[in-house]
Design a protein around this ligand. Structure first.
Ligand code: ATP
Ligand code: MN
Ligand code: MN
Length: 371
């Protein structure tokens, strides 16, 4: 690829929601390194440094060409001195020694391994590490450790759910969920969201939004889907979170806050026979099925566009949409609604385009939101 012309870079916005980022990352060698650094900072609870490297990675992902010199990065936003040192190292040596050191660090490796289990976050991983545990067998052999249901299932299905889900598998699951949804409510709306909606070839799970035009029925719809999957014998695990949604509250400002719609985090058994191109990876196909992580959220129809925008991601794209709304527009955006602090009113939307219009932003297609 060509080196980035400086004129093109001057136009790069500091907000991910004003950049078009496809899955074709031209700067993977740099962004992979930044993501290791970000993760290492996260493990050490240095959140702002972590965010700094995530932002830097996001900017490089949006570039139409590979960075081939440090000079070509001069006009880019969100690249601090530290990020530039890493870029320079990689340009000169093909790798960053700082990143290599982290990758070979026992603490980093262990926390990375532990957090790869469904239901295990950085806090739990850290606690286990401090107890001297270093492997899955250490954890499973330690009788003083109590694993919750989610973690137990995370270990039980570890081999399957740590393996990437393919597009063909996501399509097969869409038809499984779609059959269940339409057996209940013919006019229900089911949308594949998350990374697959952004055109990713592989994902760590499959995300869906489901809703119905009948007000107040969205929560029972989710219950019914769960019942059907259970009767089919393909529901391996289900963590259901009821709706706590209250329209009288203003949009929550903490980005990390999960939304309040009814949702479930599932592990579903996917039969090989349902997948056109077979199961991804060898292990699954010889057995005839594999376990897949599935998320389903069910907002009321009038909040559907906000939920869809939030659940389509990417995480950085969403984060910057909210930041842009707050800083540039005096508006509060979350997965539920958009509030205009100047007009003191909620702004309704039936499509994602309506939300971009309210924010005065050019529409960015889902496949351009891989920030
Ligand atoms: P991957 O391919 O790894 O699954 P992804 O972009 O689909 O990538 P997810 O972790 O599945 O990542 O999340 C999809 C979107 O849903 C993200 O934008 C995330 O912010 C949002 N999200 C995930 N969990 C929740 C939750 N509990 N509440 C609200 N939003 C969530
Ligand atoms: Mn996902
Ligand atoms: Mn998900």
């Amino acid at each position: 690829p060509e080196d980035c012309p400086p004129t093109a870079e001057a136009a790069v916005s500091k907000y991910a929601c004003q950049r078009r980022t496809t899955t074709g990352n031209n700067n993977k060698i740099f962004t992979d390194a930044f993501e290791v650094l970000a993760e290492s900072y996260q493990f050490n609870e240095l959140e702002s440094r972590c965010l700094g490297f995530r932002r830097a990675a996001s900017v490089l992902k949006s570039l139409p060409c590979a960075v081939q010199s440090l000079e070509s990065t001069h006009n880019l936003p969100c690249l601090g001195e530290h990020a530039k040192v890493v870029i320079e190292e990689i340009l000169e040596h093909g790798l960053s020694f700082e990143v290599e050191k982290i990758l070979s660090d026992e603490r980093y490796q262990t926390l990375k391994l532990f957090t790869s289990v469904f239901g295990v976050g950085p806090k739990t991983a850290e606690k286990w590490y401090r107890r001297g545990l270093r492997s899955f067998s250490d954890i499973l052999a330690d009788s003083s450790i109590h694993l919750n249901q989610m973690q137990q299932n995370g270990f039980l299905h570890y081999g399957d759910i740590s393996r990437a889900v393919s597009e063909a598998e996501a399509r097969a699951l869409t038809s499984v969920i779609d059959e269940a949804v339409h057996a209940i409510t013919p006019d229900a709306v089911l949308t594949l969201t998350g990374g697959f909606r952004r055109g990713k070839e592989f994902g760590h799970d499959v995300d869906f939004i489901v809703t119905t035009p009948e007000p107040g029925k969205e929560e029972s719809l989710l219950h019914n889907i769960i019942n059907i999957l259970t009767k089919q014998g393909i529901l391996l695990y289900c963590e259901y979170q009821p709706s706590t949604f209250d329209m009288s509250e203003l949009p929550i400002q903490r980005f990390e806050a999960m939304d309040q719609f009814a949702k479930c985090f599932l592990i579903v058994r996917l039969e090989s026979s349902r997948v056109e191109e077979g199961l991804h990876g060898d292990e699954g196909d010889s057995r005839g099925w594999r376990a897949v992580r599935v998320d389903v959220v069910s907002p009321p129809l009038d909040h559907y566009a906000f939920a869809l925008l939030g659940w389509s991601g990417s995480t950085m794209f969403d984060r910057d949409l909210r930041r842009f709304a707050r800083v540039e527009r005096r508006m509060l955006l979350d997965n539920h609604c958009l509030y205009d602090k100047t007009k003191k009113e909620f702004l309704a939307a039936t499509t994602e385009k309506d939300i971009f219009t309210h924010l005065g932003l050019e529409y960015i297609e889902p496949w351009q939101r891989n920030a």
